[in-house]
Design a protein around this ligand. Structure first.
Ligand SMILES: O=C([O-])C(=O)C[C@H](O)[C@@H](O)C(=O)[O-]
Length: 303
């Protein structure tokens, strides 16, 4: 699959970001991950991002990373393209990128580097180095310390033909509008804020109709119903699901930093597809929060 073919696939549909399965000892559980991917496959996400933010990329050892990507490719690559999360220092990100390409991933999601502040010119040089280390398509994730503006993205787009996607996790509307207008059809644009559904209608109006869904991990039918309602401008269904599910969900998710991932693992467990605990530095939901989430999922009916 060429980067351009991947770009065209990423321009439609709902994107799946599966959690990564850990066993009771906290080790990667490939059998559980296979079952999860097989369970979610028939719901029809258009691409699968393995070891992304929701997949706890930041908690995986390098050896586990290879297992996660290989498991995703072996299980799903015939039906959907697999994009692999990569990140960390430039050299680390290049090692992950080349490993993912070798294992059969069709693209990369380049997550922000860790800890240090950096000039955005420096971040752009980091992105360029990772893009140039592979032949597959790359989606850059603007979030936290990665805040590339339209000028830098335009330069990167010229220098890196395989940089085909821009995922927004900042929610800065002025920045998003300037990037969307300046880069036009050069990129495929993904709405990628935590619980991206809450922003989906507004982002569609800005020319960004595609988004990533973490709740797809545990209420896949509701996630697809919501996506289809957004796609056909069914404002009544969108408003009802925002009121009945997403706003009460945010009340739980916003209780602690890192819960955007923890709550998804809790949801998977409630749905009968336990992915094990989150790893430090994340913390799991309390029993009370877990009960509240279970009641909310119950209201959404069978999935
Ligand atoms: O890397 C990640 O997991 C994401 O940022 C995607 C998530 O699915 C996010 O969009 C969300 O929480 O809906």
């Amino acid at each position: 699959m060429t980067p351009q073919e991947l770009k065209s696939i990423l321009s439609h549909g709902l994107l799946s970001f599966p959690v990564t399965d850990f066993n009771a000892q906290g080790d990667f559980n490939p059998a559980g991950y296979v079952k999860r991917l097989e369970w979610l496959a028939p719901y029809g996400a258009s691409a699968l991002f393995a070891a992304g933010g929701t997949g706890e990329f930041f908690s995986l050892a390098a050896s586990e990373y290879s297992q996660v990507i290989k498991t995703a490719v072996d299980t799903c690559a015939r039906s959907v393209p697999i994009l692999a999360g990569v990140g960390g220092s430039t050299r680390q990100a290049i090692e992950y990128a080349q490993e993912a390409e070798r294992l059969g991933a069709k693209g990369l999601l380049l997550l922000p580097h860790y800890l240090t502040e950096a000039s955005q010119e420096g971040v752009a040089a980091h992105v360029e180095a990772v893009c140039k280390s592979v032949n597959i398509g790359v989606v850059v994730y603007n979030r936290n310390v990665c805040r590339l503006n339209a000028d830098l993205l335009e330069k990167l787009a010229e220098r890196c033909p395989n940089l085909i996607g821009y995922k927004d996790g900042l929610g800065d509307i002025e920045l998003m509008v300037s990037i969307r207008r300046r880069l036009g059809d050069r990129f495929s644009y993904l709405g990628g804020l935590p619980t991206a559904e809450v922003y989906a209608a507004a982002y569609k109006a800005l020319g960004v109709p595609v988004y990533s869904s973490a709740v797809f991990n545990f209420v896949p039918k509701t996630a697809m119903d919501f996506y289809n309602a957004i796609a056909r401008d069914d404002h009544a269904t969108v408003a009802k699901l925002i009121d009945d599910f997403f706003l009460p969900y945010l009340d739980i998710r916003n209780r602690k930093a890192g819960y955007a991932v923890s709550i998804v693992k809790a949801g998977a467990r409630i749905a009968g597809h336990d992915a094990g605990p989150v790893r430090t530095p994340l913390t799991d939901l309390t029993a009370d929060e877990y009960e509240k989430l279970a009641a909310l999922m119950d209201k959404m009916g069978p999935q």
